[in-house]
Design a protein around this ligand. Structure first.
Ligand code: GLV
Ligand code: GLV
Length: 331
């Protein structure tokens, strides 16, 4: 055997059982709820043939070099791989894999939930009742906005964007989309981002985080949006310039925001916490029980496939440089 499989978090009983029976030496970061520190991470990956990682761990060139040349696979238990330097992995012949598809519905569900919560003021209304104030039914009590007839603008029209489009159309919304990672034929009206921003009552982000998409929504883009539009982000926090968003929310230019991800995660912008026009959730887009199990199982399949010399089901890169022949990892 020339290296262990390092797992940065306990992935639950079923996946861990499968891993223990896989024939590979297993090292698991012992804390269930907190990511390893950088030191613990470097320690854990040193000499590893494979790493199963969550999005909280930064997988960069220095870490790959610290792990050693026997490292063959970095398997992400997430669809996003912005925490991984995929280029650095490719140049070292390391396969990177992710978990697309299995979390598409769960993430689209949360985006729809945030939209419903904002438009119908569900979170504020709940807090109102809990304060125990006297109330009676009234025609203007917690007036929100109907979904039917509103225009939903989807930015980043991949699998999750498409799944949200299906949901939104079922609610009677008109759906438009900008940007495309894949071609889809679902009858959604496509337009350039500036036009989408001028047209949409609700803008929902579903693009991956790259250097090109960082601050996709900044001061200028927010200013170009419709007065009183709302923003949903279940993708990655840095897609939005949070300072600019807080400012636009304060001025009422943006009526509300439903945010599951944050620019400086896990830090939340203090301005967001002061505003009751936002609904905040702690990066739980894929947090459905069945979804999380499917993600863990797919990540395992990916890692074990590479370690066993097979093609992984969902690679992110083409393993490009097996320049040094690494002896197979076995029992
Ligand atoms: C979650 O954010 C993911 O990328 O899977
Ligand atoms: C992610 O799965 C996406 O393509 O939206």
């Amino acid at each position: 055997a020339t290296g262990h499989l390092y797992v940065t978090r306990d992935l639950g009983p079923e996946p861990m059982e499968l891993l223990r029976n896989s024939g590979h030496e297993l090292v698991v970061h012992p804390d269930r709820d907190l990511p390893p520190t950088r030191e613990a991470l470097l320690d854990g990956v040193s000499g590893a043939a494979g790493i199963i990682t969550l999005l909280t761990e930064k997988m960069d060139a220095a870490l790959f070099d610290h792990a050693g040349p026997q490292l063959q696979v970095v398997s992400a238990v997430s669809v996003g791989t912005d925490n991984i330097d995929v280029g650095a992995a490719s140049s070292r012949g390391i396969t990177v894999t992710n978990t697309p598809d299995v979390l598409t519905d769960a993430t689209a569900d949360l985006a729809m939930g945030l939209l419903l919560a904002l438009n119908r003021r569900i979170v504020q209304a709940d807090a109102f009742l809990r304060r125990g104030e006297a109330w009676s039914w009234g025609p203007r009590l917690f007036l929100g906005r109907d979904l039917a007839g509103e225009v939903l603008g989807i930015v980043g029209y991949g699998r999750i964007g498409e799944a949200l489009a299906r949901r939104a159309r079922a609610f009677g919304m008109r759906v438009i989309a900008a940007g495309s990672d894949q071609a889809h034929n679902s009858g959604v009206e496509r337009m350039p981002l500036p036009q989408l921003l001028r047209t949409a009552d609700v803008v929902s982000l579903h693009a991956p985080l790259t250097e090109r998409t960082r601050h996709l929504l900044g001061t200028e883009e927010l200013a170009a949006m419709k007065q009183g539009a709302i923003i949903i982000n279940t993708a990655r926090g840095p897609l939005i310039d949070e300072d600019a968003l807080v400012e636009a929310l304060r001025r009422g230019k943006i009526r509300g925001a439903g945010l599951d991800v944050f620019e400086y995660e896990p830090k939340i912008h203090p301005g967001l916490l002061e505003l009751d026009s936002v609904v905040l959730t702690p990066h739980i887009g894929s947090a459905g029980e069945q979804t999380r199990t499917r993600m863990a199982m797919l990540a395992l399949e990916n890692a074990l496939a590479v370690l066993d010399g097979q093609s992984p089901p969902t690679p992110v890169n083409e393993k490009s440089r097996p320049a040094v022949t690494v002896p197979p990892v076995g029992v």
